[in-house]
Design a protein around this ligand. Structure first.
Ligand SMILES: [Zn+2]
Length: 50
C-alpha cells in the first residue's frame, strides 16, 4: 500500500490506481506456489541397494 491518505471512494486505497496495483500484487502472489521437485529427483539416484 502507498502512504497517501485513502479516499472514501476507494477505501482503503487513495485512488483507483492504487487499488488496482494492490489487487495485482495480491493475485500474482497467490499464483506463486512453492514447488520442491528437487527432493524427489535426488532420491531416485541414491536408493539403489540391490
Ligand atoms: Zn495510493
Amino acid at each position: 500500500m502507498c502512504r497517501h491518505a485513502p479516499t472514501s471512494d476507494y477505501a482503503p486505497f487513495c485512488s483507483r490506481r492504487c487499488a488496482n496495483l494492490d489487487l495485482q500484487k495480491w493475485l500474482t502472489g497467490s499464483y506463486v506456489l512453492p514447488v520442491n521437485e528437487d527432493d524427489e529427483a535426488k532420491i531416485d539416484g541414491e536408493e539403489d541397494e540391490s
